[in-house]
Design a protein around this ligand. Structure first.
Ligand SMILES: Cc1ncc(COP(=O)(O)O)c(C=O)c1O
Length: 348
């Protein structure tokens, strides 16, 4: 394990996030599903790790910086803005119109500049964000952290999130989604260095093509922020290809509201998609299994816009049909509580 000063010297409450166990009854089998609660990081998401890791490693390399700029779908920008505010560094976050109201408010509340990038004809929103962030860096001299191409993004997960999770292993499978592809590539690189039997599975909506071609040709708009990506990740190319489970967004929204009604979880939308992917995988197993889900953020980022934005985006009928189908599945889940994580994780 390479010693990482970025991890060891982090002055914020980032990392050591809880792992919460659920029992899942499917047919005659009882499985264990573990939720890595990245919402418990100080600024509320898994991207806290990436923002701190990239910023601190950059400062370590080039010395103090006055201002930074980067592109983000929302959570990374929120974390970076909050960290920069505490450190007295100016921050510009370039996002898209799809940013959640919560993240937009947090970024502005932290005193950062929020720029919404308009895609040119034929350009994805993700590519537009990267282009505009690069233009701003050239114009005002801010340091462009470039999370979407920066190898420090997957390295944050290879050296921090993954060892922390695997210290609580073994797992039969680990599930996550991709936006920049940083988490998935970081976990794949960790697995390559620490071979074992655990399967890595990406859970994404049909039109995502972050790592593998989309059956629908990547043309439909994504409806949930950071649940998949319409741009091939700069970190693609890991071998072997990750396992892929396609999970539709109507089912994800239905499971989100059901999990809340049953008080089973407070994770965000992409995380619920990941949990559904894990349930789908478990339903195909013939022995009791133990699996973990990387749950990127919390429900507070979505609750205000569930009725006004997300359910209309998938369609009320599709949402209701998914709720009827998933109600017995969610009713088969039982919250057990936090798993004791070992001191080994703390050392890494
Ligand atoms: C809600 C949410 N889920 C999942 C991800 C995926 O993370 P990555 O960018 O590492 O692929 C992100 C990243 O921004 C996110 O904000």
């Amino acid at each position: 394990m390479p010693f990482s000063t970025a991890v060891a010297s982090c002055p914020f409450k980032i990392g050591h996030t809880p792992l919460t166990a659920c029992q899942v009854r499917i047919g005659d089998l009882t499985h264990e599903l573990l939720v890595k609660e990245e919402r418990c990081n100080e600024f509320g998401s898994v991207k806290d790790r990436v923002a701190w890791y990239i910023l601190s490693k950059t400062i370590e390399k080039i010395g103090p910086v006055k201002s930074v700029v980067d592109a983000s779908s929302g959570n990374y920008g929120n974390a970076l803005a909050c960290i920069c505010q505490r450190l007295g560094i100016g921050a510009t976050i370039v996002s898209s119109a799809s940013i959640s109201a919560h993240n937009a408010a947090q970024i502005k509340g932290a005193g950062a500049r929020l720029v919404i990038a308009e895609p040119k004809p034929g350009e994805t929103s993700n590519a537009a964000r990267m282009r505009v962030a690069g233009e701003i860096a050239e114009k005002d001299g801010s340091v462009f952290l470039d999370q979407y191409s920066n190898p420090l993004n997957p390295a944050a997960h290879q050296n921090w999130t993954a060892p922390e999770l695997f210290a609580a292993g073994p797992f039969d499978a680990v599930f996550m989604t991709s936006s920049s592809g940083g988490t998935s590539r970081g976990f794949a690189d960790y697995k390559k260095a620490h071979p074992g039997h655990t399967q890595l599975c990406l859970v994404e909506p049909e039109s995502s093509c972050a790592f593998l071609d989309s059956p629908s040709g990547c043309t439909d708009k994504l409806k949930i922020p950071a649940f998949g990506s319409q741009r091939r990740s700069s970190f693609a190319g890991m071998k072997p290809d990750p396992g892929m489970i396609r999970m539709d967004e109507a089912a994800t929204l239905a499971a989100f509201t059901l999990l809340h009604e049953h008080q089973l979880s407070k994770v965000g939308l992409s995380s619920v998609g990941v949990i559904l992917g894990a349930l789908d995988w478990l339903s195909r197993q013939d022995t009791p299994s133990r699996v973990a889900c990387i749950c990127a953020d919390g429900d507070e980022r979505y609750l205000d816009e569930i009725q006004s934005r997300y359910i209309p985006a998938v369609g009320q009928q599709a949402y209701e049909a998914a709720r009827a189908r998933l109600a017995p599945v969610i009713a088969g889940m039982r919250l057990v509580g936090p798993v004791q994580q070992t001191a080994k994780a703390a050392a890494q």
